[in-house]
Design a protein around this ligand. Structure first.
Ligand code: MG
Length: 376
């Protein structure tokens, strides 16, 4: 089997990037790359696809290395290039599984679990009151989710957006909100809080310490992501579990953070960090220090279900992110859309490859730019 063509499409209103790898045997692999400026263009750029055309798609790891090699002058190890490579890597696994009649999780080592726990990212309440946050949390919990996340982004009352400082009244507000949510939920429903890299260590530590007796699943991205030593220092100073990783690429991007135990939980985004086998490698690296993995994910159904294949196949999986509750475009992109998430979990099927059937008319209806994905 040989690769004949790579196609990519960016959708709207949410700019999901889908990738297809076509072969001379008629099999077509499907993947999703983390969205971002130019990612769909990079996926079909001749500088990248020359590593693929004419090759056997089942040599997935070799092609992953070849894609990085041919892009080595273009920042191959991170950013939009690695996102594009990640989406193609998923499609190669889909092809490999289809050709062998085997699901991807089997190719990644087999199952530790046959359903993958999903946590719902709620963002915020209808308004900024603790009662509104608690109401939203209970609505989502009632739909079967055993893990929920909210954001604590700076309030409009913040004095200075550049020094990462925070006022005492804002800390008090966050504590009120999170306490209200925690008290409203079942004690066994997990609650995570995302701080979106907004704060200085000295300030977010006040928040983390105030949260210490609220049994959070984690506090995510408390400080900017570039400084592993600052993250390690912060993580060591609070009993609130610290999670980070959605801005890191490949196992090399995670190496220092893991070796320094700079976070309690890691959140790689598999649609940008290198794809499915690289996701498994990052998980294995983290597991040397018994660190759980909770993949970041804002993908459509393709990237979400692909990430779930890895989540099923690694021992140290904690929860997989989900952003698109009640989004009919999300469920309408694949035939399996309505049943992909059930009672807060993704049941893992045994269909060959990725196991999803794309609804081409749905893709066509929301395609913003088609680069040989629908029309070759
Ligand atoms: Mg986040």
């Amino acid at each position: 089997m040989k690769i004949t063509h790579i196609g990519a499409v960016v959708l709207q209103p949410f700019p999901w990037v889908l990738v297809r790898v076509f072969t001379d045997e008629g099999l077509v692999g499907l993947g999703e790359a983390y969205h971002g400026a130019g990612v769909h263009q990079i996926a079909v750029d001749e500088r990248l696809t020359r590593a693929l055309i004419g090759q056997d798609p089942r040599n997935v790891d070799r092609l992953f290395h070849d894609m990085q090699r041919v892009m080595s002058a273009s920042g191959f190890f991170q950013g939009a290039v690695m996102s594009a490579i990640s989406g193609i890597e998923m499609a190669l696994w889909d092809l490999t599984g289809q050709s062998l009649g085997t699901p991807i999780w089997q190719l990644l080592g087999g199952q530790f679990r046959n359903r993958v726990r999903v946590y719902n990212d709620c963002h915020a309440g209808e308004d900024e009151t603790p009662a509104a946050y608690a109401r939203r949390a209970c609505e989502v919990e009632a739909r079967g989710f055993s893990a929920i996340k909210f954001d604590i982004d700076p309030l409009p009352t913040r004095r200075d957006a550049y020094n990462r400082g925070i006022r005492n009244s804002d800390i008090a507000h966050y504590v009120d909100v999170v306490t209200a949510v925690r008290e409203a939920l079942n004690p066994d429903t997990d609650l995570a809080i995302d701080a979106h890299w907004r704060y200085a260590p000295v300030d977010v530590l006040k928040i983390a310490r105030a949260f210490e007796d609220l049994d959070l699943l984690w506090l995510e991205d408390p400080i900017p992501p570039e400084n592993n030593e600052a993250m390690r220092h912060l993580t060591a100073q609070t009993r609130t579990p610290i999670c980070t990783g959605e801005n890191l690429y490949t196992r090399y991007g995670f190496r220092e953070l893991v070796e320094n135990q700079g976070a309690d939980i890691l959140s790689p985004d598999l649609a940008k960090a290198g794809g499915l086998l690289e996701g498994r490698r990052i998980a294995d690296l983290a597991n040397l220090y018994y660190i759980p993995i909770a993949p970041h994910n804002i993908c459509g159904p393709v990237g979400t279900y692909a990430a779930a294949q890895v989540c099923a196949a690694i021992p140290n999986f904690l929860a997989l992110e989900f952003h698109h509750l009640d989004n009919e475009i999300w469920t309408g992109l694949v035939e399996e859309g309505d049943t992909l998430i059930h009672a807060g979990h993704i049941p893992i099927g045994d269909r060959p490859g990725l196991g999803l059937t794309l609804i081409e008319d749905s893709v066509r209806a929301c395609a913003r730019e088609d680069l040989g994905f629908l029309q070759i």
